[in-house]
Design a binder for this molecule. Sequence first.
Ligand SMILES: *[C@@H]1O[C@H](CO)[C@@H](O)[C@H](O)[C@H]1NC(C)=O
Ligand SMILES: *[C@@H]1O[C@H](CO)[C@@H](O)[C@H](O)[C@H]1NC(C)=O
Ligand SMILES: *[C@@H]1O[C@H](CO)[C@@H](O)[C@H](O)[C@H]1NC(C)=O
Ligand SMILES: *[C@@H]1O[C@H](CO)[C@@H](O)[C@H](O)[C@H]1NC(C)=O
Ligand SMILES: *[C@@H]1O[C@H](CO)[C@@H](O)[C@H](O)[C@H]1NC(C)=O
Ligand SMILES: *[C@@H]1O[C@H](CO)[C@@H](O)[C@H](O)[C@H]1NC(C)=O
Length: 269
Amino acid sequence: MESLISLLFMISGSVALQQDVQAKLGADVTLQCQITTDERISVLKWSRADLNTDGYVYFYRNKRSYENYQHPSFHGRVKLRDPEMKDGDVSLILNNVTFNDTGMYECHVAVRNPVRSKRVHTEISHFINLTVTALQLDVQAKLGDDVSLQCQISRDEIISVLKWSRADLNTDGYIYFYRNKRSYENYQHPSFHGRVKLRDPEMKDGDVSLILKNVTFNDTGMYECYVAVRMPVRSKRGHTEISHFINLTVTGESLPCPQIAPLAHFKNT
Ligand SMILES: *[C@@H]1O[C@H](CO)[C@@H](O)[C@H](O)[C@H]1NC(C)=O
Ligand SMILES: *[C@@H]1O[C@H](CO)[C@@H](O)[C@H](O)[C@H]1NC(C)=O
Ligand SMILES: *[C@@H]1O[C@H](CO)[C@@H](O)[C@H](O)[C@H]1NC(C)=O
Ligand SMILES: *[C@@H]1O[C@H](CO)[C@@H](O)[C@H](O)[C@H]1NC(C)=O
Ligand SMILES: *[C@@H]1O[C@H](CO)[C@@H](O)[C@H](O)[C@H]1NC(C)=O
Ligand SMILES: *[C@@H]1O[C@H](CO)[C@@H](O)[C@H](O)[C@H]1NC(C)=O
């Protein structure tokens, strides 16, 4: 890495760029990397320093890519945005990002320069700092409504734990707690007793949405849907944890403009 950095400083006219990119859990993200048009690519390596011992994110040399040099967690999840790398576009598309994809990606390109150039060979590195953030959904409800807090995981996972919670209430219990095929009312925060139920008691197709009845202003807050799943047998990973967040705002029914004054007022009651 150090030699690479010093090398970068020696190459006149090329700069180590760094770009910050944010992506939501499950999204497809494009890691952009572009070199100038008239260079011929001999090697393209997409990598992450923290994974280097187990392989590259993407490796290309002599006009072909090598899957056997690829880190297992990227198998089947990456492709070049332009398979022909036209106009020097060596951007990579990473599908269905997980929290583990957070990290510093390096796009390293070795090019043979056109004959007229003085330098025969150039190496270029761009860096992309990818941050994968949780899904967050903003939901508005009117006082007294029944509201559905949506949360969905993929259908073939087996749910071992489901916890609906609000960080500001955590010391007094969960909104909903489920483990080993049953829910536990004694772990529930008192203000939710008798007011919550699963939209689908069987959680079919991974639907772990919660229905919250007769909302009050006190129900305003950030809800976390946390699911621990055991993966299907054929999967390599044994266990995954997923969190989705729902930002619920309860507004007054007959107030035309409830944002500022009424909420401030109710916070004090
Ligand atoms: C995305 O990845 C998750 C696990 O991280 C998996 O359960 C889901 O099926 C994947 N979705 C797609 C569309 O590949
Ligand atoms: C993330 O990585 C950890 C440890 O490497 C692993 O246990 C976990 O299953 C991974 N999670 C996902 C969603 O890939
Ligand atoms: C990467 O981005 C995240 C959030 O955008 C930031 O907190 C972090 O400091 C960045 N890391 C580096 C090495 O620039
Ligand atoms: C809804 O909650 C309020 C108190 O917050 C209560 O007075 C009212 O009876 C409840 N309505 C229903 C239909 O449960
Ligand atoms: C809202 O919370 C406050 C303080 O926790 C409590 O005194 C009040 O009764 C609650 N209001 C409703 C409608 O639940
Ligand atoms: C939650 O939603 C409200 C209104 O939609 C917004 O004002 C607030 O900033 C959101 N909170 C967060 C943490 O995103």
